[in-house]
Design a protein around this ligand. Structure first.
Ligand code: F6R
Length: 607
């Protein structure tokens, strides 16, 4: 959600910013802008739309050696040139990720001082507040500190000040911001992938700190403005991981990375055929003392939680509640001291999930984060962390993160079950073998369905609405399949537990209504077939995601995608691949922007 980059150094900043903004575009792509220091002061150039338009506008601009840039996902005010960042005055410009919650109060305060506002953004109020204090204090640091005393909300901010032409100031609260040295200057960024061509080392700014970047140094000031020493962290993956590598889209590349991502996430955690996860460490108490488990997440991560719930309840017989983070926070959830709250998040920065984590901690409940981005806020704040090692996920539609999340939840469930004596060691070994060898193999096999998924998508692409139905874990999976289809192809989809259709929604099934049905569960196959017949007799056009080898009665399916077989527990891991591929090709055939669907952004850092 929004991206920040800044550079001060010995080379022209503008090409570096454009390159970085392009890498950040997946985080927000409503509009973009830069503010750069030039011989007469600071100049801002902004543009609604994609970075390419901004790049066009910047053609012919003189060189600048210090600049900040931003790609926006609109919260306050529609996407437009004027609402784009940077915002500021002749004296100061800022770029901002997050939300200034009390912007109305600040606006009133500044209006009384004679300020006027041209945009509808909260960010402009923060910029002008800093400007007000800068006019009084004459020092960027004092101006920032004074302004922060008045600001409430979340922010990662980069600022440049007239009078300090080679300096960038950076500070944050509840939204990530990094400062990084390179051979020819210093960078700030909200996401390391934006500057990987220049450096692999960075410092993660802490709340309350201000980083002051000059071409040759990065100074970190603590809350009382004393300089502090901080160690650099090094990025563990390389630039190729954040590039398309010959695929047409990041989404397709990430779909194809799943067999490896699952292996990487699981293999180091299995020794002698058993999960090495230490439940007592992760949950803060032994399994016998563990109360309920609450899985809290948003979007795709929430769907992973639903599948985790099936696995944990089936294997370990421990009650699991799965909650949407945005609801959990405000419902005064019943949390008991022996419970465990598991937060699942790819980015580790999702504002709703972070708020849920903080609420659980306030209530004294143990928290465990399942997170893909090491060092993210959720990873740092949770009592314990299980990292998914999927590598960077760039496409807005989450694919490989989902697979590694459920893979890790399976492993967690197996360990819980073993420790609870609800499965034997032999059963645990069997599950582990299947999870670490058969599952990645089945995912690879499912990837061979590419052509079939593409032609199937072609057949259904002109429909305005599609139903997804399944039973058991496949009903949870139907929700994820529908989400994938909706977000990138803009086709309206409904996901239902197959047995629930007849309780109302079947009234929407008429001649030709597409129904995508998951027929993969042997134990409920008869019931599922009856549900498919119910829609078929009402005219539905049925596309079956069907377990390979499963007998299919005549006349129930118009199209079939065979899903590589696994034991029932793990079937979602191969089902999801076909569902992702169909959604991907649907989006391609419809000419949609697969990696950057409208209105969405990667990493949702506002509530
Ligand atoms: C959908 C998608 C979103 C995210 C959700 C949570 O494809 O990516 O639904 O899953 O915004 O994000 P994280 O996992 O970063 O907390």
């Amino acid at each position: 959600m929004c991206g920040i980059i800044g550079y001060t150094g010995r080379k022209n900043a503008l090409p570096r910013l454009i390159e970085g903004l392009k890498a950040l575009e997946y985080r927000g792509y409503d509009s973009a802008g830069v503010a750069f220091v030039h011989k007469n002061g600071i100049k801002a150039v902004k543009s609604k739309g994609r970075i390419a338009l901004l790049e066009e506008k910047l053609k012919g601009e003189q060189e600048s050696f210090c600049a900040i840039g931003h790609t926006r996902w609109a919260t306050h005010g529609e996407p437009s040139d004027v609402n784009s960042h940077p915002h500021g005055t002749d004296s100061v410009y800022i770029v901002h990720n997050g939300i200034i919650e009390n912007y109305a109060v600040i606006k009133e305060f500044l209006t009384e001082k004679g300020y006027s506002f041209e945009s509808e953004t909260d960010t402009e109020t923060a910029a002008k507040l800093i400007d007000w204090f800068y006019s009084k204090e004459k020092s960027p640091i004092s101006a920032i500190r004074k302004a922060l005393e008045m600001i409430s909300g979340s922010y990662a901010i980069g600022a440049v000040f007239e009078g300090y032409p080679d300096k960038i100031y950076a500070f944050r609260k509840d939204s990530p911001l990094l400062a990084a040295p390179s051979e020819d200057g210093g960078f700030i960024t909200s996401d390391i992938s934006a500057i990987l061509r220049h450096t692999r080392e960075f410092i993660r700014l802490e709340e309350g700190e201000i980083a002051v970047l000059s071409p040759d140094s990065i100074e970190i000031l603590s809350t009382d403005n004393t300089p502090i020493e901080r160690d650099f962290e090094t990025v563990s993956w390389d630039i190729e991981a954040a590039e398309k590598g010959g695929y047409d889209h990041f989404m397709l590349k990430e779909i194809f990375e799943q067999p490896d991502a699952v292996k990487k996430t699981l293999s180091p955690r299995v020794t002698d055929g058993l999960p090495t996860l230490d439940i007592t460490k992760l949950a803060g108490r032994c399994v016998g003392e563990l109360g309920a488990i609450h899985i809290v997440a948003c979007g795709t991560a929430y769907h992973a939680g639903l599948i985790g719930q099936y696995a944990i309840e089936k294997l370990a017989r421990i009650p699991v509640k799965v909650e949407l983070a945005s609801e959990f926070r405000y419902k005064n959830p019943i949390l008991r001291k022996n419970d465990l709250v598991i937060i699942i998040s790819q980015s580790g920065e999702t504002a709703d999930s972070l708020a849920a984590l903080r609420l659980a901690k306030e209530r004294g409940v143990r928290t465990l984060a399942v997170v893909n981005v090491a060092g993210s806020t959720i990873a740092q704040e949770a009592d314990s962390v299980l990292l998914t090692w999927a590598g960077p996920e760039i496409a807005v539609a989450s694919t490989k993160a989902f697979s590694v999340q459920i893979a890790l939840l399976y492993l967690f469930a197996i360990r819980l079950a073993l420790d609870s004596d609800t499965i034997s060691e032999e059963e645990a070994r069997q599950y582990c073998t299947e999870l670490t060898t058969d599952v990645p193999a089945a995912i690879s096999k499912a990837l061979d369905l590419t052509d079939l998924c593409s032609s199937t998508a072609q057949k259904y692409k002109d429909n305005s609405s599609i139903f997804f139905i399944g039973r058991g874990a496949s009903s949870a999976l139907a929700h994820e399949a529908a989400l994938k289809m909706k977000e990138i192809s803009y086709i309206h989809c409904e996901a239902y537990a197959a047995g629930e259709l007849k309780h109302g929604t079947i009234s929407l099934i008429t001649d030709g209504t597409p129904v995508f049905a998951f027929l993969t569960n042997r134990s409920t196959a008869d019931k599922m077939i009856s549900n498919i017949r119910e829609v078929k007799t009402r005219g539905a056009r049925v596309m079956l995601f069907c377990r390979e080898g499963m007998p299919i009665p005549d006349g129930i399916a118009d199209d079939i995608i065979p899903i590589p077989s696994l034991s029932q527990l793990f079937m979602p891991m191969s089902e999801i691949i076909a569902a992702q591929l169909v959604a991907y090709y649907m989006s391609c055939h419809l000419g949609c922007d697969v990696d950057k669907p409208r209105n969405l952004a990667k990493s949702v850092t506002v509530e």
